[in-house]
Design a protein around this ligand. Sequence first.
Ligand SMILES: NC(=O)c1ccc[n+]([C@@H]2O[C@H](COP(=O)([O-])OP(=O)(O)OC[C@H]3O[C@@H](n4cnc5c(N)ncnc54)[C@H](O)[C@@H]3O)[C@@H](O)[C@H]2O)c1
Length: 390
Amino acid sequence: MPSVKVRLKTCEQSYEVKVDSGLLSGLGTEVRACLGPDARRAAIISNRAVFNLYGKAATQSLESADFKVTPWLIGDGERYKTLRTLNQTLDFLTASYFERNDAVIALGGGVVGDLAGFAAATYQRGITFVQVPTTLLAQIDASVGGKTGVNTPAGKNLVGAFHQPSAVLIDTNTLATLPRRELTAGWCEAIKHGAVGSRKLFDQTCSFLRSSSKGLVMRHAQNESTKTKPYDTRLNQLIAAHCRFKASIVAHDEREDIGRNDLYSRKILNFGHTTAHALESVTQYRRFRHGEAVGYGMLVAGEMSKKLGMIANAELELLREAVRLCGPLPRANDLSIAEIMRRLTRDKKSVSGKIKWVLLERIGRARIVDDSAIEPKVLRESLRAGLRQS
Ligand SMILES: NC(=O)c1ccc[n+]([C@@H]2O[C@H](COP(=O)([O-])OP(=O)(O)OC[C@H]3O[C@@H](n4cnc5c(N)ncnc54)[C@H](O)[C@@H]3O)[C@@H](O)[C@H]2O)c1
């Protein structure tokens, strides 16, 4: 089974990310092995949709490893990643008498993982938690790295904590039920990893998507019977490679040091995100899944890189093809460029009033550029060109 070790300088404990098809049935054994014999109880934090699909298997497996299991279901979607839900979750843990050596199991996508992780970070000043991510985005990105938190009315992820999981267990079979748009969103984030940091990972991801573009993304959303062993093996290896990449970035910059602009800075993972946040904001978070907006954001950043003479056209073409391979994106060419430019200046990633753009020198090599180096005309034309494509 592919596995990835996450090692952190500031944290005594390192942890393992395990990737396999069908891992859910061995969840109890895995959690027992990483928590030791003293842990008695497990709170599965999930939402109804995911719990209906995978709650029974997770519960049975944990019970067979002698855990007393109590589920706690939160609402489905970003709008439930709030302080209110956190409060309710902490009340549940308190009322159920969870103790410091008990565990929280986050079963779901990034919303569940971020919220459950934050609850685990704050309950009794921090209890153990294990991530069991069930979306592609959470499997390759959100579950690794220890960022937890909630949104507030002022913005996304504004309140949170760094709290590393004790283990991340990825059952890739859970992707079989994931809606197609969620897969597209996850693949866009996967392309981002390769584009900013690893040509090899970029090629591996594109080759996987290309070879299966007539089957995989669709087939995956259909049913189990059409899956094949080689397909599973390649998918598992690919997801593990993405976790390895994320772990390497996290190991170098665990807490996203604000002063860093180098190639191992966690900031490079914001590639495509500056425009993505503006697109999500001008459409009131209704039109795009976050990863879909990142797809456009990468295209815009690619256009900017070309206009600034940083990237060759052939490399940009590879990026365009990669985004196409992820799946269709909702239309964006009807949006007001002036409005998007206004929102961009409000991006929360701006530091000291300046936006740090993550651009590309080539596929696999990012460069962080201050917005003072970018003329409004370049930005406007890049937006126009990037949002035309999909
Ligand atoms: N902590 C981090 O480092 C980090 C990184 C990236 C994103 N995030 C956060 O992740 C969140 C987005 O995560 P997401 O894209 O996973 O969205 P999500 O958690 O909202 O899940 C998307 C949808 O898929 C459903 N779902 C989940 N697994 C399923 C399955 N196997 N089958 C069928 N349906 C399933 C969910 O119920 C939900 O409706 C955002 O809040 C974002 O801020 C965190």
